[in-house]
Design a protein. Structure first.
Length: 646
């Protein structure tokens, strides 16, 4: 790419596009304005023919300038080369037609033949430039079979066009010179059609759809006008005015093509929109029908024209036969590829089914109505349900009620987020009525038509979840009594204090210490000491409410957290606990009546450690008062003495 081309903007500005539209409108209106002049034969042949050639010269110049402007704005090398060649060719046409105009108008006398020869030379040179650009233009045909099919179809069309040119251009009794002229013109037509076909079939087209049609149609029109309306016959025709209008239309089409192309340039290349290519073409068969129709018209005589049509018919039949053989080969290859594809697809389907059947995970699809649309056979192995028992049922029918409530916001958000993936754990009902923990990875593919649902992969994590729960429980509970340990008790105390509102129901801590625990251990052994602690824990657990938390703080010290209690409720719990200790407990094979000292403290601040220290101090005050009694740290009630049997 040249430096100036690289620096040039890739897209045309709006102003040149507008100017191109005005130029196209001007060309069309100019030719339209000539129609009444030609129809009325204004001024006679002396005016009509110079006016006709002047119009052709203007169209040639417009095509050359517009092609040059298109080439300047194109950045793709081979497309830019094509438009430069078209600009040079139309400039040669301009020179030849201008010379013919000068001779026709009489400005230069005695030079009619040389000027006519000069126009023919310019046509040959310009046509050669265009054909070179078209023949060297790259196409998208890749495989050998595609190229052979393309050449056969193109050859069929070319032979048909040549036969048509021969039939129309070689009258009965034509001289050898006329036959050679018709043969040469047919060759030019063959090359023109062939080159145009290369441009049409290219994926990287040099022009948009409308400019391409105008260029190819204008080129073909020029050739056929030379055949049907040659210049000598045009001058001698009685209705030369309308015929000149017809001869001007191909030149107008060629001029409009680059002008309109200026309006469709996008980002340094033509904005060419192509319809999907059909796998077949009807044009070769139409040419076969046309050639055989000409053959029927030519059979009564065995003139040179009839012989040419017959030769063309034989050639075109041979081409079609070869093309059909190639098509049969294509069909056979296609059938083999289809068979291989079906076999591969069936094998892939069998592998997919085997993977799903023996997978340890459940694969499922839940449709937009929240019903199971598909579930893999692993559901039987994990949850005991048959797939047909699950498909069609609502997804929440197997979900634990508590987990269903927790998952509703997450699933609602997932459905509103196409492509999103979430991971969660939940309990699903087994066929035997128990619950299994599943870890589920769900992706929202409702927006994809082939899926239209939530795709989930689920694996059982019941044992892992139970292990986690057990470890979590062991980390927060006393291994002997299974009551909460000090860590859990302090966390719950801090949480209750954060929710506590001063002036309302308070947060109370009751601390309990087993009296004479060392004596039990020393006299009955440590095993009896553990039994005493277990008996005391049962009493503590029995005196706590559902909202309370009973804990073993360590050794023989226990505590109860009473959130939202009043003064009377706190003292009642302490009294009920001491009264419950009157019932003897089996310790070391004998019944013992346990005793304990109880301290009660209400929250005065949001410091949990301070509340616990106050309750601990009240408990030690109870021990100093004779044990087996409770002491309240705050001013709800005065300290009470020992609770004795009645």
């Amino acid at each position: 790419m040249d430096r100036d081309d690289a620096d040039r903007p890739t897209g045309p500005a709006p102003r040149p596009a507008t100017a191109a539209g005005l130029a196209a409108a001007g060309l069309v209106l100019g030719v339209a304005a000539l129609l009444p002049l030609f129809a009325l034969r204004t001024g006679g042949a002396a005016v009509q023919f110079p006016l006709f050639w002047a119009s052709i010269v203007v169209l040639d110049l417009a095509a050359s300038v517009a092609s040059h402007l298109v080439a300047r704005r194109i950045t793709v090398p081979h497309i830019r080369r094509y438009w430069r060649a078209l600009s040079l060719a139309t400039l040669l046409f301009f020179a030849g037609d201008l010379g013919y105009l000068l001779g026709e108008a009489g400005y230069v006398t005695g030079l009619a033949e040389p000027l006519t020869a000069g126009r023919d030379l310019s046509l040959v040179l310009g046509g050669g430039v265009v054909l070179w650009a078209m023949l060297t233009y790259p196409t998208s045909r890749r495989s050998l079979r595609d190229r052979v099919s393309f050449w056969l179809d193109t050859g069929t069309v070319l032979v048909g066009a040549a036969v048509l040119r021969w039939y129309l251009g070689v009258p009965e009794g034509a001289t050898a010179a006329a036959q050679w002229d018709a043969l040469a013109t047919a060759g030019v037509l063959l090359l023109a059609v062939f080159a145009g076909a290369r441009i049409v079939v290219s994926d990287d087209a040099a022009a948009g759809r409308v400019p391409a049609v105008l260029m190819i149609g204008g080129t073909a029109g020029e050739v056929f006008c030379d055949v049907l309306l040659p210049l000598p016959d045009l001058a001698a025709a009685a209705h030369y005015g309308p015929l000149m209008t017809v001869r001007m239309l191909p030149g107008l089409a060629i001029a409009l093509a680059p002008v309109l192309q200026l309006r469709t340039l996008r980002h340094g290349r033509p904005a060419a929109t192509r319809a999907p290519r059909r796998p077949y073409s009807v044009l070769p068969y139409a040419m076969v029908a046309a050639v055989f129709a000409l053959l029927l018209l030519s059979l009564p005589s065995l003139s040179a024209r009839a012989v040419g049509v017959l030769v063309g018919a034989l050639a075109i039949v041979a081409l079609v036969v070869v093309r059909q053989l190639v098509a049969f080969g294509d069909n056979a290859d296609l059938l083999r590829r289809v068979d291989r594809s079906l076999a591969d697809l069936q094998g892939h389907e069998r592998r997919q089914r085997a993977l799903l059947r023996h997978s340890s995970d459940i694969t499922s699809i839940i449709d937009r109505h929240d019903r199971f649309g598909y579930v893999s056979p692993a559901v039987t192995r994990i949850l005991g349900h048959q797939p047909e028992e699950v498909i069609g049922r609502y997804s929440h029918a197997f979900l634990h009620p508590d987990d269903r409530t927790d998952l509703e916001p997450l699933m609602r958000e997932l459905r509103d987020s196409p492509g999103r993936t979430v991971t969660y754990q939940a309990r699903y009902r087994h066929a035997d009525g128990t619950w299994r923990w599943l870890e589920v990875i769900t992706t929202n593919l409702i927006h994809e038509p082939d899926v239209a649902g939530l795709v989930s992969n689920s694996r059982e994590v019941t044992q892992a979840r139970e292990l986690q729960d057990r470890l979590r429980h062991e980390a927060s509970h006393d291994p002997l009594t299974q009551l909460a340990n000090r860590s859990l008790f302090l966390r719950r105390l801090e949480t209750a204090l954060e929710e506590w509102e001063p002036g309302g129901a308070s947060v109370t801590v009751v601390v309990i210490d087993l009296d004479d625990f060392k004596t039990i251990n020393d006299s009955l052994g440590h095993h009896a000491g553990d039994e005493a602690l277990l008996g005391l824990s049962d009493v503590v657990r029995g005196c706590a409410r559902n909202a309370d938390l009973a804990a073993r703080l360590g050794g023989d010290e226990f505590a109860v957290l009473l959130p939202g209690t009043t003064a009377g409720e706190a003292t009642l719990v302490a009294r009920r606990f001491l009264e419950s200790l009157r019932r003897p407990v089996l310790v070391g094979g004998q019944l013992l009546r346990l005793q304990a000292s109880v301290g009660v403290a209400a929250a005065a601040s949001r410091d949990g450690a301070e509340v616990l220290r106050a309750a601990d101090a009240a408990m030690y005050a109870a021990k100093q008062q004779g044990k087996n009694c409770y002491v309240v740290h705050d001013a709800w009630t005065p300290p009470r003495g020992p609770v004795v049997d009645r």
